[in-house]
Design a protein around this ligand. Structure first.
Ligand code: ADP
Length: 421
């Protein structure tokens, strides 16, 4: 890989910014399409097409500067981009491989089709359909001509009970676009507020842990995985990640098999991230992200190939190798906005907190340079390298390091709405 390689990325947030850093290290040109002059990746990009990410004409302009195009996130206009693909613009991953991944409903359908473990779900609009026995039972139908049925409200499909988790099929992130439903009243309120066609409802999973893995597949079909990690959420936003999660061998293998099945069946080239629940029912896939992911940021300092290196290699048409840990492990802590600060507030750069975090032993601070701060917004992250080889001692070390970060950077206030009361 070298200066001859030039890659385009649709999006200019923190993921594109970290990709641009990796591109610099590898001598690759990275051009970005992003609307804001202050967006994180702008300062590091070789060039910028200033436009919304769904502006297809702008992506055509981006393509004229690069040999291949990839995406920062899944909010892309697949239909609009088809014309560019037909004209020979190489998208990595391919638009058809992306199609089932850009919405939570099509993800659930894909997982069902592949028989991969995931929470039971139904389309929200189904609560308006009469239960199947009412349609099938002719006696009931005959009766209903004489005695009209009492008008009934929305009803859960058979086998589902509260609490449930409702999710917008597209456009949600960091818990925005998810609602815990605890009762018929919650369900009716949601139905009054949203277009039911655009939502799905899942069983509320009582997991013990959340795990994640970043996988990549190159154009020769080789699949590699970063180590499996534990993720911890606060108010449905990733709070910290512990790498590696010392999973039993069979669990590691199951995660790998899930990744390989997904990537291979989609003929997907590029990086794909998988979020999982782990508990009494084993593994259940929560979400797929067709891109690099917050759960893989630790790999920048902790692996010989980071998730961003893997994305660059795949998009440049090169082969990938299995990433290896270069430290015993790492704790990555997200720096979530813990107060509202407007962009022109001189304190919005959190200079003193940043200095203190950067001064911690073995700490690597990544500050995204976003304008302003709001509650829960991801403003940066800090990766702390861990030294203990023994998994139990390493977890204890990680929790001590977390406490040090908390002294400097508190969590945003508020209860965790993901927990059913
Ligand atoms: P987003 O796309 O907004 O990140 P997710 O689907 O990843 O939404 O959900 C965010 C968090 O909410 C998860 O990490 C998990 O903690 C919780 N969550 C999501 N789905 C469920 C579920 N079905 N049961 C229990 N908790 C869930």
């Amino acid at each position: 890989m070298g200066a001859a390689t030039s890659i385009g990325i649709v999006g200019g947030g923190q993921l594109a910014w970290m990709l641009a850093e990796a591109a610099r290290r590898r001598g690759v040109e990275l051009h970005v399409q992003t609307p804001g002059a202050q967006d994180p990746a702008v300062a590091l990009a070789s060039s910028v097409v200033h436009a919304e990410v769904r502006d297809v004409q702008a992506t055509r302009e981006l393509a004229s500067r690069c040999s291949a195009i990839s995406f920062e996130n899944e909010w892309v206009d697949l239909e609009g981009l088809k014309a560019l693909a037909a004209d020979g613009v190489p998208f990595v991953p391919d638009l058809e491989a992306l199609r089932p991944l850009v919405c939570k409903r099509s993800q659930r359908e894909l997982l069902q089709r592949l028989n991969l473990p995931s929470p039971a779900w139904f389309p929200l609009a189904q609560v308006h359909e009469p239960p199947p026995q009412q349609q099938a039972d002719p006696d009931a139908a005959a009766e209903s001509t004489s005695t009209p049925p009492a008008p009934s409200g929305p009803a859960l499909p058979q086998g589902f009970a509260y609490p449930l988790m409702a999710k917008a099929a597209s456009g949600g992130y960091d818990g925005k676009g998810t609602e815990v439903l605890r009762s018929d009243t919650d369900l009716e309120q949601l139905l009054a507020q949203v277009d039911a066609e655009g939502w799905i409802v899942e069983e509320f999973v009582s997991f013990e842990l959340e795990l994640a893995v970043v996988a990549a597949r190159d154009s020769l079909g080789e699949v590699v995985c970063l180590p499996v990690v534990q993720t911890h959420q606060h108010q449905q936003v990733c709070d910290w990640v512990l790498a590696p999660y010392q999973a039993p061998h069979a669990l590691q293998q199951a995660v790998r098999n899930i990744a390989a099945s997904l990537l291979t069946s989609l003929n997907y080239v590029g990086v794909l991230s998988i979020e999982l629940f782990y508990g009494p029912r084993g593994l259940l896939i929560n979400e797929l992200a067709p891109r690099t992911h917050n759960s893989g940021h630790y790999s920048i300092e902790t692996c010989d190939l980071s998730q961003f290196d893997l994305q660059l290699l795949c998009v440049a048409g090169q082969t990938v190798a299995e990433p290896e840990l270069v430290a015993a492990g790492a704790l990555m802590v997200n720096l979530l906005g813990f107060e509202e600060r407007v962009a022109d507030d001189p304190d919005s750069s959190y200079a003193s907190q940043r200095e203190a975090l950067a001064g911690l032993a073995d700490a690597h601070l990544h500050w995204y340079g976003k304008a302003g701060s709001s509650l829960g917004r991801k403003l940066g992250h800090v990766t702390l390298l861990l030294h203990q080889d023994d998994p139990v001692a390493r977890r204890a070390e990680a929790m001590q390091r977390l406490e040090q970060v908390r002294q400097i950077w508190p969590l945003p206030p508020g209860p965790d709405p993901a927990q059913p009361s």
